[in-house]
Design a protein around this ligand. Structure first.
Ligand code: FES
Length: 266
């Protein structure tokens, strides 16, 4: 019986048999992530308009140092490098940024969007070799689990900020409970970040098992099921939380600059 020999040819960059608009998704990811990076970097260097009454921008939380009366350790540290402009956000943002940057979902998205590795499924790449994440530099992505620990701690701070945003001080200095639009936004922010963090792949492994098998402990099995439930829509949590954290900063900034006013529900 004769055998047909099929020659496999490596596709050139962008070459594909797909007929759908495969490039739209990476283009949108590129646009959104680039815009977020530019805005977050700009906002982090501002060192201004990050607070309004009982609202604190999540980009600046926890507020370790700064001119604000609520800064934990007072003003700018004495040893701050003279060449680097001071901003409290620069001290803390590397942790949430590192968490997102090394996230398994975002990796898949920005490898396609930023360096076409590959541009999309079954679309030719602009390179011949593949070194993967087992060699430098991408092996560094394995640090994700450690960023997760910080992300869990940050959730506590952001939860506390949401709680603080429910307590308003009136003209005579009396504090009372209330809900403003800012309260809703800061609360939604911690809920969305919680949904994103609790669906982390590393968290599933951490709570649910060992290196090569799942735990039989009922508590750990339940925790694994919960984390898996969040994980099923990890992509949605990732994008919604990204939008919300940026919008919370914009909202507090606009209030602080006097451009917007905060509607109070009660
Ligand atoms: Fe996305 Fe860990 S995998 S946050």
């Amino acid at each position: 019986m004769g055998v047909d020999v099929v020659q496999i040819r490596r596709r050139g960059w962008g070459e594909t048999m797909r007929r759908d608009a495969w490039w739209i998704q990476p283009a949108i990811v590129f646009l959104i992530l680039s815009s977020f990076l530019v805005y977050a970097t700009w906002a982090a260097f501002q060192n201004a308009h990050y607070e309004y009454g009982n609202y604190l921008s999540p980009f600046y939380s926890p507020l370790l140092f700064g001119d604000s009366a609520s800064a934990w350790f007072g003003p700018k540290p004495l040893r701050w490098p003279a060449l680097l402009p001071f901003s409290p956000a620069l001290i803390i943002l590397p942790f949430p940024a590192g968490f997102r940057f090394t996230c398994y979902y975002y990796r898949g998205a920005y490898y396609k969007a930023f360096w076409a590795d590959p541009p999309s499924c079954t679309v030719g790449e602009p390179r011949k070799g593949y070194r993967g994440e087992r060699s430098f530099p991408l092996i560094i992505q394995n640090i994700h689990r450690y960023f997760l620990y910080f992300a869990l701690i940050f959730l506590i701070f952001l939860g506390h900020d949401a709680w603080k945003s429910m307590w308003f001080t009136d003209e005579v200095g009396k504090t009372h409970f209330g809900i403003g639009l800012g309260t809703l936004l800061l609360t939604a922010n911690v809920i969305l970040l919680g949904g994103y963090t609790f669906g982390c792949h590393s968290l599933r492994h951490l709570v649910g098992g060992y290196l090569d098998r799942l735990s039989r402990n009922p508590v750990r099995k339940t925790a694994y099921a919960c984390a898996s439930c969040f994980n099923r829509v990890h992509m949605r949590w990732a994008w919604c939380s990204l939008f919300m954290v940026a919008f919370c900063d914009i909202y507090v900034r606009m209030l602080s600059m006097g451009v917007w006013t905060d509607p109070r529900l009660f």
